[in-house]
Design a protein around this ligand. Sequence first.
Ligand code: ADP
Ligand code: F6P
Length: 324
Amino acid sequence: MAKQIKTIGVLTSGGDAPGMNAAIRAVVRTALNLGMNVKGIMRGYAGLLQEEIVDLKSSSVSNIIYHGGTILYTARCMEFMTPEGQEQGAEICRKHGIEGIVVIGGDGSFRGAGRLAALGINTIGVPGTIDLDVACSDYTIGFDTAVNTAMEAIDRVRDTSTSHERCSIIEVMGRNAGYIALWCGFANGAEDVLLPERYDGNEQMLINRIIANRKQGKKHNIIINAEGIGHSTSMARRIEAATGVETRATILGHMQRGGTPTCKDRVYASIMGAKAAMLLSEGKSNRVVAYKDGQYVDFDIQEALQMKKDIPEDQYEICKLLVR
Ligand code: ADP
Ligand code: F6P
């Protein structure tokens, strides 16, 4: 039987995501209930290397569940990408009596967690990213809030776009993944949705559609463009020149990553955070908590990082069908 861990750490890494605070709260409260001490590691792996480590009590995570962002702050840390940085991180954990860490972040953060696990620090990953691009999990903390924020913003752009009888290209986040774009494509009834996984660069097709839509009497033309494709401003310029329809680009940007987490994000984050603390208490390491096929499960980190996921083709086809 694995030795019972006495002290764990928790950190948030990579881009922040609404619901991360609920996950931190769940890790802390579950661990304390299981008889473990908890330390908060500030600013992801950067804070670990700087030994920015604080004790967390149950009251430390009071009144945070409804706040966006992360109370532990987050960072991207190049130094931790090196074997020396990882060795130093493991050494600092040992110095502070941290035997296990919950890493809340995306794939990059899990790569770091895998390195720490190989160096003897038990690690459990929790998928926290608005991008939904963690292949082993059907859900990632922050996605629901981000798509709802983007959807509401796009509704507003649509009002003004319709009033001026313009075309609008609205760029949403997602890094190389098109999940936010696809969901907004559905939810906002966009005339076109451009996904990095599918877009072939055929702007003429967009132009033809705008011209055809105008002939049919459509007053607006919303194109959701994913960040992974980008170039929304120059695209707007070319489309306006080719169609004669006034065209504006709106890049939603970081507003999609902030704000009060939705109920769904709070609940998934709470369960995933609690499961991560439970796994550490059971002596498990090098695992990622995931939500897969309606169940909360966990996977080996390296196996999880090998997995692939793609935009479901049927969903993409239906999304396009609904505006034709
Ligand atoms: P995300 O976790 O959202 O995918 P990043 O890819 O930016 O975000 O990764 C967050 C951090 O995780 C990086 O800044 C770095 O500190 C760490 N990290 C990423 N890749 C690795 C790696 N291959 N080895 C060790 N640490 C890594
Ligand atoms: O991973 C979350 C995310 O918001 C991506 O959608 C985006 O590509 C990236 O982070 C932006 O990162 P930064 O905040 O460093 O500009």
